[in-house]
Write a protein that binds this ligand. Structure first.
Ligand code: ARG
Length: 461
């Protein structure tokens, strides 16, 4: 039997054209969704009297059997077929006879593939949300253990002001929380059924698009048949969301790499999440984090390619759109792999509180607090800023910290300095004093963790 549609064609398709034209390889990911969509379609066709109950039952049983057989590896996947739609249809006809040919009544592969993709993307959004849940849970649990762990906060990768490790980790909870809400938005926008749009202009059969939408748990049918078959916004939107997530993971990965370096020594990877060198016996490399950082580039590439493929297409369906599929699938599985490995890597990461503490002691991270001290006593901030800058220079010359600088040196610069300056610039106090909303103080951070936990994992979630 010819594996390709013939129609008006009087010659078999050229083999190279077939290979060039097919999408059967990437379609493996979609076969389950393809069959689910077909089952909903057949059910509706019978309900509307377009197929008899008997025909619809024969087709449904055939489809269900195919689904089961593929899942149990009992069917050889046919790489000679043009795509998953033809593969399933051919197999169905082979098994149940000519009646199988009725499956494609009032339907085109154009609305069929649009449906498959929506069903697939919708499930992947849900799976990604589950991964976000796990990641944020680990982050909050780790943060809970480190509300009092003081570390340097950086700008320009230069030590800036002291913060708590919990505060740093909670910054990522904010990022992944935004990623989560972006995905929820994306879900709401894409959850409409395109089936019934046909090739481009719908159908004259008395189908009921609402039944199909309802049975496949879509909000409603899509509103415009042309748009339904030519729209891949939902793929692009999902991958855009994933690209932002990948960017967040990559930034985090970069910090893990830095923290695990001998220069920082703020953290150590669990041996099972690190790799060694083939020549240097001392090495403990953060390959996992590096790959997460690297794969982010792959996801961006997929997104850029998808946007570029779609940008010049006239309405409605064009075969170019087939090229979107492998990119979509690759971007999704790449980010999913990254999330799957990143969360356990993080949960086994050991933080070195002592080294963080040591790093805070050097680098004048309390200089701002010193300037604020004078400002609170009435000196204009800009004057105080300059004065403390001079004190920092003096400390550098004397190889000491602001904490060790004798009171006489302070008072030589300004009479406003009194003995309580040492209290104010004490690192613990610098952090404690930042208990404002969104600040790093243990008190604030503990409160935020409590709120986040009930918001994300509280009852009814
Ligand atoms: N394999 C095609 C795709 O993935 C399915 C739709 C084909 N439609 C068509 N008219 N050739 O996009």
């Amino acid at each position: 039997m010819s594996k390709t549609l013939t129609g008006r064609m009087q010659a078999e398709i050229n083999e190279d054209v077939h290979d060039f034209n097919q999408s059967i390889i990437e379609d493996r990911t979609l076969f389950e969704w393809d069959i689910m969509g077909s089952l909903a379609h057949v059910y509706m066709l019978a309900e509307r009297g377009i197929l008899t109950t008997e025909e619809s039952e024969t087709i449904s049983e055939g489809l269900t059997q195919i689904l089961e057989d593929i899942n149990y590896g009992k069917v050889e996947y046919d790489y000679e077929a043009e795509d998953v739609h033809m593969f399933v249809e051919n197999l169905l006809i082979e098994r149940i006879g000519e009646v199988g040919g009725k499956l494609h009544t009032a339907r085109s592969r154009n609305d069929q593939v649009a449906l498959d993709l929506r069903l697939y993307v919708r499930q992947e959004i849900i799976d990604t949300l589950t991964s976000f849940f796990d990641l944020q849970k680990i982050l909050l649990e780790t943060a809970e253990k480190h509300t009092e762990t003081i570390m340097p906060g950086y700008t320009h990768l230069q030590r800036a002001q002291p913060i708590t490790l919990a505060h740093h980790l909670l910054a990522y909870v904010e990022m992944f929380g935004r990623d989560e809400s972006r995905l929820r938005d994306c879900f709401v926008r894409m959850n409409y059924s395109p089936l019934g749009a046909g090739a481009l202009a719908g159908t004259t059969f008395p189908i009921n698009r609402k039944t199909v939408a309802k049975n496949l748990e879509f909000e409603a049918p899509t509103r415009n048949s042309l748009d339904s078959v030519s729209d891949r916004d939902f793929c692009i939107e999902f991958v855009s969301c994933l690209a932002i997530t990948a960017m967040h993971l990559s930034r985090f990965a970069e910090e893990v790499i830095l923290w695990c370096s001998w220069e920082f020594r703020f953290a150590e990877l669990h041996d099972s999440f690190a790799t060694s060198s083939s020549i240097m016996p001392q090495k403990k490399n953060p390959d996992v984090a590096e790959l997460v950082r690297g794969k982010t580039g792959v996801v961006y590439g997929d997104l850029m390619a998808m946007l570029t493929i779609m940008k010049g297409l006239p309405l409605a369906y064009n075969k170019d759109m087939q090229e979107v599929k492998p990119l979509l699938i690759n971007a999704i599985s790449t980010v999913q792999d990254c999330l799957d490995i990143f969360t356990p890597m993080l949960s086994t990461l050991k933080f070195n509180k002592e080294n963080m503490r040591k790093a805070v002691a050097e680098g004048f991270l309390n200089a701002t607090d010193c300037a604020d001290y004078l400002t609170k006593k009435g000196m204009p901030f800009r004057t105080a800023y300059k004065l403390v800058g001079e004190l920092v220079n003096l400390c550098i010359k004397k190889r000491c910290s602001l904490d060790d600088l004798p009171i006489e040196e302070y008072r030589a610069k300004s009479e406003l300095f009194e003995r309580d300056i040492y209290e104010v610039i004490n690192i613990d106090n610098c952090v404690k004093a930042r208990s404002l909303i969104g600040g790093p103080a243990a008190k604030t951070v503990k409160n935020t963790i409590r709120l986040l936990k009930s918001e994300k994992f509280g009852k009814g979630k």
